[in-house]
Ligand binder design. Sequence first.
Ligand code: ADP
Ligand code: MG
Length: 563
Amino acid sequence: MPIKVLAPDVVSKIAAGEVVERPASVVKELIENSLDAGASQVAIEARGGGVNLIRVVDNGMGIAADEVELAFHRYATSKIEGMADLDSISSLGFRGEALPSIAAVAQVEVLTRTHDEVAGTYLELQNGAVVEKGKRGCPQGTRVTVRHLFRNVPARLKFLKSPATESGHISNLVSQYSLAFPEVRFTLIMDGRMALNTPGNGDLRDVLVKVYGLEAAQAMIQVGDQEKDQFPNVWGFVSPPSLARSSRSYLSFFVNCRWVQSRLLSRAVEDAYQGLLMAGKHPIAVLNISLPGQDVDINVHPTKSEVRFRYEPALFVAVQRTVRAALVEQMPVPLVRRQPGVPTLLPEEQPFAKREELPEPSLFTLAKPPLESPLPILRVLGQLSSSYIIAEGPDGLYLIDQHAAHERVLFEKVCAQRAKREVEVQGLLEPLTIEVAPRQEEMLKAGGEILATYGFAIEPFGQRTYLLRTVPALLKGERVAEALVEVLDSLGVEGDPKSWEEKVALSLACHSAVRAGQLLSAEEMRQLVRELELTELPRICPHGRPTMVRFTSSQLEREFGRG
Ligand code: ADP
Ligand code: MG
């Protein structure tokens, strides 16, 4: 399509606002233009945090000589024509605002050539006005150079952070686009140093190596299937729980190849990790989501980084389920490896032997629910230090932490009961009076409804005193007041991103689980291991710690000098 200025009625429908907030915004707009031009190579260079220089060079279709100047007019675009196009935008840009906005706050040079042209077109602008124009030789594609950003807008310049911080924004941005477009070769040179260089071979895992390093990239778990012909389709990579980070900034979402920020999508991913991560830890995720164009509104925000989804609940569920399924399927069991001197825990390279691969089926196999549990059948041998269950599996010896394992069993039980609104409740013969501290009382008032769904019936009874009439049956009548106080305290822990529902379930599971140091009968141990086999995530306790460690048969053979 040729470049044309949009009609006023279309302009009025476009989310208004500032496009160029900081150097990284310029880089973003220029990269998007290169991608829209079908480039397979995009080279980015920045100096002084992007304030001194930003240059983006692509091998895309170029801009025709007679349209170069028009491209710098406000609302001039080749990507949409009329109102109808606004409903299904397939390009990254469509507002026709980037080039004029950048030219208004910097010195800009463009050198571009289309396939059919012999010579390239050169254009230079200062303060938005053309100061030089001419013909020059150049390869097919477009090179945009932006110098002295915000020099004529001191207020903007003052608002910028240090060059190092602005460089950080730029390199994060380029990383995100390289993850969204593995088939495009990106290079980023910062102050003369090669900061990123992706192969452009279409393999997302190869880009992950460049962005997050070899070790993290190898550990990442594949999610979904790009080839699936369905909407919404969710695919990409997420980290195993062992690779968690302390901030949420490692969640990348691309909706129809557009990098977006979305609380909804972040929550869906974090939800999939429920019970797998320690407090304050967050996963790494790179997820692509494809949706029909009309189900996502990208015309919400001037920088197009926020979008609106038509069917939010369905999308949430699709993302949560796809990620959860991948985690459950591929969760490695921690494996004890002898390093010289110190035993250490390492994730196993191969997913664990599946139940079908076992030598012969047993009654347990038949009794399993349809969801395939990744734990093999274990034979209990005994108890160690009144804390660990020793068991034998098809490939080696297992030490199971009895408290952690029981926590996992109870956590899933409580969550499942609550989800079905079938929490087993136990009425107390006589209501119990409990006195709470002011902070606990706050939690009780704020979380009372959630507590009720877990089976706590609590009534006010004077000064910071409450009557407890029913409790979750799980607590079996022992130390119920103490359990409630523990729950309230866990709700009050600040900086813990877990939902209150999850905190209550965790606290109940932890309080009711058998302790370390408690002697168990053979039958009790067998029962616990059987229940653990039936859980969704048997290898990890709800706090994110391992429930078991394994010594493989070959490892034992080696240790005894047989292998
Ligand atoms: P938009 O991308 O919203 O259309 P821009 O101001 O970013 O608006 O660009 C205006 C027009 O200039 C684009 O529609 C496109 O036709 C052309 N253009 C800009 N950059 C490039 C590029 N790197 N390669 C080819 N064409 C480009
Ligand atoms: Mg653009």
